[in-house]
Write a protein that binds this ligand. Structure first.
Ligand SMILES: Cc1cc2nc3c(=O)[nH]c(=O)nc-3n(C[C@H](O)[C@H](O)[C@H](O)COP(=O)(O)OP(=O)(O)OC[C@H]3O[C@@H](n4cnc5c(N)ncnc54)[C@H](O)[C@@H]3O)c2cc1C
Length: 514
């Protein structure tokens, strides 16, 4: 069969959770470019936020999310997120996700910028892995058709509406068209733009590039979250040292052993991610080092090994016993707040095209994501896609954001005729150096020009790596041009030439191709 009610691109939490709900409503095909568990989801450590604790409430969760979002959250979307969180957690429990418990109750931990312990976790610090394994085994039991090694390369549009998707069979090199009523992009983020990142190798911005080329609106791309603490060891890919480590009492120290975070923020080690990431950059500049340290040696070693078994084991495998010695860390690109613009029902501006998960921008994160809100966002808004596409569903019109939007097209740069095509490592280096944690006009203009030249010089893609490079260059242009346009600092976007927020910039930057 070549026609489906739902085609879902991606098999992380967004793709699989959506597929499991969609099979109740019609025929479903999932296509995914690697094997089913190649995704960011399985790397998630800290957990999922939901106001289910005794001293918590959706109102408090709402307020913390709004505070982290630095003036750009869509308030109504955040209300939905906080209110619907407990029900979506029940869905995961019903699917069999084994959340950790204490005395028979779900255990909750603290993370930066949450005002109460609110984070559910599984296997200590292996939450994402448990979710991915549970959902993929449910998908298998439900006999959901999953095509692995199948790369979506183009969204097919007819008369302004989605008709299907073109895909490349990465094993044979042949292409095929699949038709559908609803196409749901669940393609994840774009952390591979940056030299230092915590993401899986699949995070190459494919959904953003595909949707943009099809005419979808792309919003908030300048807001890329840099996680403050990724392991920094020579020859080891940056491995996340979860925020929950500081939540449980871990302390940041510079190379001289000095506990520096209270010099930068009243919340000290538990300040929001962007503040901690920048403070680490300043501190490393001050001390002439490329790293700082997390210290958990004062915690009882049993707490460290039972609460963070995954981190403990990973570090031990690399010669570091974190119960006895300091953990070298530095910031790394982590999460894309922007994405394909959707309303409260996951709908884009193209009929039949939906987006879920990290590739989507529902407006809940604003300029800065509150830790552990991303997997929650997936659940809440994927469920809403299903409500919207249910036969005969009555849906109220989505409220539009009170925050203003300005629409742009990508700049038409005059670039030299012949520019050497980019390499993956040159692209990552460019973004890290010129579009990283601290940006300015000069660095961004250089990156904009380079990317525009690269885009013109790229040969026609033929295989997965060349499609991914094309997608990264286009996604990188959207990030970089948005960062150049936004002449202020807000949330995760920091401009050294405009270090303050400006009321004039309390608006979203939206790109469209047409
Ligand atoms: C190290 C790490 C720790 C994290 N910790 C947390 C946490 O504690 N709590 C939290 O809430 N969030 C956390 N996050 C963020 C969270 O994990 C992600 O935002 C979330 O899992 C994204 O889910 P997703 O389904 O949208 O994308 P992914 O899980 O990345 O899945 C994307 C899928 O799309 C497929 N795909 C992409 N392009 C194509 C294409 N062209 N064709 C076919 N298939 C394609 C991929 O192969 C993959 O299957 C963490 C992220 C990382 C990297």
């Amino acid at each position: 069969m070549n026609y489906y009610d739902y085609i879902i691109v991606g098999s992380g939490i967004a793709g699989l959770y959506t597929a499991l709900l969609a099979r109740e409503q019609g025929s479903v095909l999932v296509i995914t470019k690697g094997s089913i568990d190649d995704c960011n989801t399985k790397h998630a450590q800290g957990g999922i936020a939901a106001a289910i604790g005794k001293n918590d409430s959706p109102e408090l969760h709402f307020q913390d999310t709004i505070a982290a979002g630095a003036g750009l959250c869509h308030e109504e979307a955040v209300r939905i997120l906080a209110n619907e969180a407990p029900d979506r957690i029940s869905d995961l429990v019903n699917f069999g996700v084994p959340f950790d418990t204490v005395n028979g109750e779900i255990a909750l931990t603290m993370e930066a910028a949450h005002s109460v312990p609110r984070i559910l976790h599984a296997g200590g610090d292996a939450t994402g892995e448990h979710i991915e394994v549970t959902l993929s085994s449910q998908a298998q039991s439900a006999k959901i058709q999953v095509l692995e090694d199948c790369l979506a390369t183009e969204i097919l549009i007819e008369k302004g509406a989605v008709k299907g998707v073109r895909a490349l069979d990465c094993r044979t090199g042949s292409t095929e068209e699949f038709n559908c009523r609803y196409l749901i992009l669940a393609t994840g983020g774009a952390g591979q733009l940056f030299k230092f990142n915590t993401n899986s190798e699949v995070a190459t911005g494919d959904g953003i590039a595909l949707a943009f080329k099809a005419g979808a609106e792309i919003v908030d791309m300048e807001f890329f979250q840099f996680h403050p603490t990724a392991l920094r060891l020579p020859g080891v890919t940056p491995f996340l040292i979860s925020e929950a480590v500081r939540g449980e009492g871990g302390i940041l120290r510079n190379v001289e052993g000095y506990r520096f975070m209270s010099d930068y923020a009243p919340e000290a080690d538990l300040a929001p991610r962007d503040i901690v990431a920048r403070s680490i950059v300043y501190e490393t500049k001050k001390t002439g080092s490329d790293r700082v340290f997390i210290d958990v040696t004062h915690l009882p070693s049993r707490v460290t090994t039972t609460r963070f078994p995954h981190i403990y084991r990973f570090c031990l495998d690399h010669g570091l016993d974190i119960t006895k010695g300091l953990v070298p860390v530095a910031p790394a690109a982590h999460y894309m707040m922007g994405g394909i613009k959707t309303n409260f029902w996951g709908e884009t501006n193209i009929a039949g095209l939906f987006a879920a998960g990290e590739t989507a921008c529902t407006g809940v994160h604003g300029a800065n994501r509150l830790a552990s809100n991303s997997m929650l966002e997936v659940l809440v808004f994927s469920k809403r896609i299903m409500e919207k596409t249910r036969k005969g569903a009555k849906i109220e019109a989505a409220t539009t954001s009170k925050i203003e939007e300005t629409h742009y097209s990508l700049s038409q740069k005059q670039v030299p005729e012949v520019v050497p095509p980019p390499s993956f490592s040159a692209l990552q280096e460019l973004h890290w150096e010129k579009v990283g944690i601290i940006r300015n006009k000069e660095s961004l203009i250089e990156a904009v020009n380079t990317l525009a030249g690269w885009q013109k010089s790229l040969p026609q893609p033929t295989d997965r790596p060349s499609y991914e490079l094309n997608n990264l260059v286009l996604t990188g242009r959207l990030v970089t041009e948005a960062a150049l346009i936004r002449e202020e600092s807000r949330g995760a976007h920091f401009r050294s030439d405009f270090p303050q927020s400006s009321a004039k910039w309390k608006r979203h930057i939206v790109f469209t191709a047409k």
